[in-house]
Design a binder for this molecule. Sequence first.
Ligand code: CU
Length: 238
Amino acid sequence: MRASLLLTLPLVAALTACGGSDGSTGSNDGGGEIAIAAGDTTCEVAKTTLASGKHTFDVKNEGKDVTEVYVYGRSSSGSDGDFDKVIGEVENIAPQTSREFPVELSGGEYEVACKPGQTGDGIRTKLTVTGEAAAKDDDAAYDREVEVTAKEYAFTGLEGFTAKVGEKIEFKLENTGTMQHELEILGPDGKDVGEVGPTDPGKDGEVILELKTAGTYTYLCGIGDHASRGMQGTFTVS
Ligand SMILES: [Cu+2]
């Protein structure tokens, strides 16, 4: 069934589709949402073979814990890579509520992960997408997310964090303290790579940074004397 689908897909149409596809609703599937039932120990995806194009997943949290759902493609190491590249996600789904998220999928293998408690690798379900593969793996907004918590006067979440050269990391800062904090990242040369700027107590912010050079990076809070009080550390990119 998959093979015949591929054969009937005109190559020319597939090649030109990215330039002029006439609408954001253009799912080759006839549209419609794909339901995901996310429980405390289950993650049921209503449809696990899809045509390439834009799809909307509709997540219902049937569990007792706040959950989040990711769609992962393979990492940059290609067909052998782990499923750890974030293609789409939705977070903070309270129990017994539903959230939707759109994902643009090119041909290939994917995994859906439901993460009850919003932690860990999640409960995984394979997803097969028929149609043309993406030209290169630039279709992800970022490769990985790391969650960092800031309060007086320490960061948590970056202990043991390492990255590969060229990885695009979303640093997500959550301020659980009682005053403003920020997360500044300096490259191996000591120059600014980027930052999540001053963030109010109880709020969060994020920045996507491509870690282009190998070496030791420094992170710190640049507000007042927070860095010298303990809000600083390092991680390695290799
Ligand atoms: Cu601070």
